[in-house]
Each structure stands twice: as C-alpha cells, then as structure tokens.
Design a protein around this ligand. Sequence first.
Ligand code: GLC
Length: 440
Amino acid sequence: MKNLFTRLLLASSLFALPASDALAQQEYVPTPENLQSRQEFSDMRFGIFLHWGLYSMFAQGEWYMQNAGIPYAEYSKAASGFYPSRFNAHEWVSAIKASGAGYITITTRHHEGFSMWDTEQSDYNIVDATPFKRDIIRELADECHRQGVRLHFYYSHLDWAREDYPVGRTGTKCGKDPKRADWPSYYRFMNAQLTELLTNYGPVGAIWFDGWWDHDSDATPFDWQLDEQYALIHRLQPACLVGNNHHMTPNPGEDIQIFERDLPGENKAGFVDEAAEVSRLPLETCETMNGMWGYKIVDQNYKTTRQLVHYLVNTAGKGANLLMNIGPQPNGCLPATAVQRLKEMGEWMQTYGTTIRATQAGDIPVQQWGATTRRGDRLFVHILDYNRRELYLPLSCRVLKATTFPEGKRVAVTKTSEGVVLTLPELPQGIDYVVEVQTK
Ligand code: GLC
C-alpha cells in the first residue's frame, strides 16, 4: 500500500518535473542539511554494499541475464519462484552494524530491471511478482532506522527488461526491440520510482546511480537529463547525497565521488576515464568481499579479514570511505563466510575504529608499508606490511610524542632534517600495527 502523499504525487502531472528543477543543478549549491550529511557520510568511513535481486536465484552474479543472453520473457519467470524464506532484516542490519559499518547501500533495482520494493510503476517487483510478497526495502529501512544505520539506495539507470529504455552497449541480448525505445516514458518511470523511494521509506542517505556508461560510446552523446533528476532528489530530501558510478569527474549536483574497485587516484581496474579527476567531494571506493557483486555460488574467493582491514585502512588513508560488498543468497541469508568476515572486522573496529572513523587522509600518502590517518592533532600511522623497527616519516609538523595504539607503549622519535624516524618497541605485528603520533 502506498501512502496518500505518494498517490497524490503519482496522480499529479504524470511526473513532469517542476520548471525549477530543470537545469537547477548547473549552479548547484548544496543546502546546509546536505553539507552536514556529507560530513556524516565521510565520518562513517565504512559501509556495506548489498547486491540482491532476482539474479541471486541463478547464483551466477548480477550480470547473468546479459552474459547468458536470456530474454526478459524467460528470465522474468524466475520471479514467481523467488521466496527468500530466511530473509530477516534484523539479522542483516545487526550483523552489518556489528562490523563497524555505518551504512548499507542496497540494490533497489539493478540492470535486470526487477524492483526490490513495492513500486506502483511496474508489476515486476518483489511484492506483485513473487510469492514472497514482502517489501524487503521497507523491512530493511525500518530496521536501519531502528538501529541507527543509514540506508543508501543503489539505482540502475540502465534497464535490460523495459522496452522503453533505449538499449545501450549492454542488454543487447535480452530480446528487446530497439524500435520501442521511448526515453521520455523511461525517464518518467525512473523519476516516479525515485519519488517513491524518497517519499515512502524515511530518510535516505544517498542515491547511488549506476549504468551511465551504457551510453558512453553513442555516436550522438546521450542526454541522461541528470540535472533535473538530481534536483528532484534534492528537492524531496535535501540531505540525500547523490552519487553516480560513471567513473568520471563528478557532474554538478553530485555530492559524493565514487570509485569502483580502485582507491581514489588509481586506475588498476581500468574503469576510470582518463580525464577524470579526484574531486573535493566525499570519496567512496566500492569493492567485493569475494569476486562478484551479486551472489555467485562458485565464488568462494573471499578476501581474508586481514586483506579487508588493509583495504579499509588504505581507503581511510586516502580520505575515502570503503563500501564493501556482499551478495546475499536467494534464500535471504548472507553467506556464512561474509558473516564471519563482518564479525572479525567488527572486532578490529572495536579497538581501532577511532583511527578510522571521523579521520581525514593523513599527512603522508599511502605507502608500501601502510597508511596514515589524522584526527585533530592525532596522526595515526598504520603499519600494515613492514618488518623493521625504524620507520622514517617525512613530516613537516612538530611531533610531541609517539606511542603504540591502543597499548600506549613508548615509541622513540628522532628528528631528521626532513621529518622523524620512529623506533618501535618491537617488530610491527598483527593485522595493523598502529602508532599514534601527537603533533602540533
Ligand atoms: C558495475 C557493474 C554492476 C555493479 C557495480 C558496482 O557497474 O555493472 O553490476 O553493481 O559495478 O560497483
């Protein structure tokens, strides 16, 4: 059931956007609520990404429909068998919160086109098309709000199922007739869906767009009309952050910058546009815990807790958030290995959260041996991979003292012409050997 407000909104003007939204983001000035939300976002430093949809049933990752070339007419039959009997929002949110993560980003509708909430814009959704009939986004939102975990919505710009979406460089094998493309209709559909998500589920931390790149090779540049869409989001929830996984320098109206499988400034994954710059917006890197985003039954290639912690430390050392992905199973459970990793990361965060949350990139860029983070006059030196007791730090600030964190063992500091040398009381050990340097 939709609330009255959404019904009225849906009835009114068929989602013609107010004129004030058009081009409104060109000179985008974030509201005070938005700026505060950006700060809170950055302070969390760690979130969990959840890729969950019909694709989870096939257990081959979220691109299965396209990769296997399955037409919508066949693929969509899976909906009538989707019954995640073990889904329990309380268990998910509790496990994620215990990991030290501050927010969850969940796929509300991925490229396959299936909506995971009770949308009125299409029957191809979890309430109308499955025997499960439960709005999992509602359950998750309620639980997140109860537990004080922020909820972000991943939303795919591209759609392999709908005829009105103009086919780009993917979705070519899903049985669509390109002649039936109707961008204005699809754009109205997306904005109506976004309005539902931003009206019926309480405060939304961010909308995380993906799929822009589907039209990055068009002969005539494709106009996604992002301006008006971003303005709609900011009008409905001024504090809601807009992010777009387009791998480019952010556009006006975007509040965070996203990096896929790369630390900001790197391009190991090969997605980043050559001209892309690291902006001054809050930064977020997303990465998978195993190899795939959506559940893939054979993918047991999980990163160790040590690797995950190192990734988190390195993103924090770059002044960025880490959004670590889990692909829930079709039965509604998080994979057991992922739950174990969450628990172990949580144990680490219990002790070391202070050196990660509400920090900025440290004075020294990420190094082979580790990374640094700063909180006020406390500089945290995270020694991740180093086998000596002397560590040179090229610091220009004045160092008052250094101790191991959290034990507080004294670390000798020797000044040099260009910085200091720390002499550790022992060889660095553990997942992350942290030295707290008091600076002035
Ligand atoms: C890519 C993939 C998509 C995934 C996303 C997460 O854009 O197409 O499947 O959701 O990365 O970063």
